[in-house]
Design a protein around this ligand. Structure first.
Ligand SMILES: Cc1cc2nc3c(=O)[nH]c(=O)nc-3n(C[C@H](O)[C@H](O)[C@H](O)COP(=O)(O)OP(=O)(O)OC[C@H]3O[C@@H](n4cnc5c(N)ncnc54)[C@H](O)[C@@H]3O)c2cc1C
Ligand SMILES: NC(=O)c1ccc[n+]([C@@H]2O[C@H](COP(=O)([O-])OP(=O)(O)OC[C@H]3O[C@@H](n4cnc5c(N)ncnc54)[C@H](O)[C@@H]3O)[C@@H](O)[C@H]2O)c1
Length: 458
């Protein structure tokens, strides 16, 4: 049967843009449907604007720290609308670049939200399109739990376009988005509380990293409240358009905030896709079920990125797209390797991590040793800042291979990228020891760990 396209991609985000662009450049006739702005979550309401806000908020501490280096700065003030609007201009510039990339590759762009008619047909704005293959790359959206007053909170989506900043904010959640936005708000001068229902923030990260980061967030000025959950929220004065929100916590305590951000996870964006019409099944959290070649339960339909039940990171969605291209064009089985993916949390201080945590290494029954240090970064000898950095290296005792590296501190996102290459390449502790340090840096600690830094483990 003749189809209109070789490939129809649903969603022009991190994974969808890469897959459609590369498939078209290799000769496929490709269309991509996008219901919102080009570039998806990462470009519009994720990684990029978030990082711009992080840069903006770091000056909040930077002005204080500059005094010890001789800088006088009377009358410094901050204008939220300048940061917000300059950010938006930059994002619009990037939207244009994405449009050009797709155009130049010969991809046909269809504006609107797509849904399935069958396993080879989609519908956008009442028009149908047929394709030999359809790729679902629709990402995820914020999840906000059901409770009284949940219409009074915002998600990360709205944080990028706030009319004004509140004087006092509550962030609920303990994952990436919660700690990153708590840092942003705190740095921009908002009195910030971070409430998490569990014992410690950042579940899944190394326990020492979690404990250390939590203390550092407190020192930076965030009011971190663990084992704290919200029961309900009401408007203090419903007549006022910008009335503050009164939060009733489950422990009986009540407190008013000008803004409440819920960062309680993200769910796959599948509700309007009519997946059942194509025979595409989902797993229990709503994620599209795929095999190791990103093929769904319908042979002609594929899925990747945040809509599947894998790691939700932009470089992962992009690499998955490239792997799928190889599968289609070179008949290479995908066998995507989700081990040793470096990641950074752009909190303040930032966290960088790659490989196994101490707890994961234990669960896997590996015989390993841990090198660990924490120290006051050189900058703070003059800045007066009290923040400290943590570094940690896990080494397999059987073959001397480095199996995990973790850092809390300035530049840890940048530093961990290089360590990711070393660990992926199978570097041993002896290789780290043989590497000459860059002095004076924090990063050199990773190549100078000696017996004296061995952590005593039970
Ligand atoms: C606040 C925040 C910060 C983040 N920071 C980072 C970071 O620093 N580093 C990092 O690696 N990752 C970060 N992420 C995660 C990253 O954004 C995602 O992992 C990544 O965008 C996933 O790419 P994707 O292609 O799967 O989906 P997306 O990029 O979400 O793209 C999906 C696209 O599909 C469109 N769409 C949805 N339904 C339809 C439909 N029916 N028809 C047509 N189009 C549709 C959407 O409008 C969207 O444009 C962050 C996420 C958030 C929310
Ligand atoms: N720097 C980065 O690379 C970056 C930044 C932001 C987001 N991301 C990606 O996006 C994903 C989503 O981020 P996220 O922070 O929304 O999710 P997350 O899964 O990292 O964290 C969600 C948090 O909400 C808590 N939670 C869940 N349900 C709750 C409830 N009912 N009440 C109270 N708390 C609840 C969870 O315990 C968890 O702490 C991340 O896992 C990550 O993969 C990456």
């Amino acid at each position: 049967m003749a189809y209109q396209y070789d490939l129809f991609v649903i969603g022009a985000g991190s994974g969808g843009v890469r897959a459609s662009r590369v498939a078209a450049s290799k000769g496929f006739k490709v269309a991509v449907a996008e219901g919102s702005a080009l570039g998806g979550t990462c470009v519009n309401i994720g990684c990029v604007p978030k990082k711009l806000f992080v840069y903006g908020s770091e000056y909040g501490h930077g002005f204080d720290e500059a005094a010890g280096f001789g800088w006088q700065h009377e009358g410094v003030s901050f204008d939220w609308s300048v940061l917000r609007d300059n950010k938006t201009k930059e994002i619009e510039r990037l939207n244009g670049i994405y449009g050009n990339l797709l155009n130049n590759a010969g991809v046909e762009l269809i504006s609107g939200f797509a849904s399935f008619v069958d396993a080879h047909t989609v519908e956008v704005n009442g028009q149908t399109y047929t394709a030999e293959r359809i790729l679902i790359a629709v990402g995820a959206k914020p999840f906000i739990p059901d409770f009284e007053g949940n219409d009074l909170v915002v998600s990360s989506n709205e944080m990028f376009y706030l009319e004004s900043l509140p004087s006092k904010a509550l962030v609920v959640g303990g994952g990436y988005i919660a700690v990153e936005f708590a840092g942003i708000l705190n740095g921009l001068g908002v009195d910030t509380t971070l409430a998490y229902r569990g014992d410690q923030l950042l579940r899944g990260f190394d326990q020492d990293v979690r404990d250390f980061a939590s203390v550092e967030y407190e020192k930076s000025g965030i009011d971190v409240r663990l084992n704290t959950d919200v029961a309900s929220i009401e408007l203090v004065d419903p007549q006022q358009p910008n009335a503050s929100r009164l939060v009733h916590f489950k422990d009986g305590h009540s407190e008013a905030f000008g803004l409440i951000l819920y960062a309680t996870g993200r769910v796959p964006n599948v509700s309007t896709l009519a997946l059942e019409k194509a025979g595409v099944e989902t797993v229990k959290n709503g994620a599209v079920k795929v095999d190791r070649n990103f093929t769904t339960t319908a042979d002609s339909v594929f899925a990747l990125g945040d809509v599947t039940d894998n790691i939700q990171l932009t470089p992962v969605a992009i690499k998955e797209a490239m792997a799928l291209i190889d599968y289609w064009f070179e008949a290479k089985p995908v066998n995507f390797d989700y081990d040793n993916i470096p990641t950074a949390v752009f909190s303040q201080p930032a966290i960088g991590t790659v490989g196994l945590s101490e707890q994961e290494a234990e669960t896997r029954g590996i015989d390993f040793r841990v090198y660990q240090t924490d120290f006051r970064p050189m900058k703070h000898t003059l800045s007066g800042g009290t923040s400290r950095s943590l570094m940690k290296l896990l080494v397999n005792n059987q073959n001397d291979k480095v199996i995990g590296a973790h850092m809390v501190g300035d530049y840890s996102g940048e530093i961990i990228q290089g360590l990711g290459i070393a660990i992926k390449a199978g570097a041993t502790k002896a290789d780290f020891d043989a590497t000459v340090g860059v002095h004076p840096t924090s990063a050199e600690e990773f190549v100078t760990f000696s017996e004296g830094s061995l952590k005593k483990r039970d």
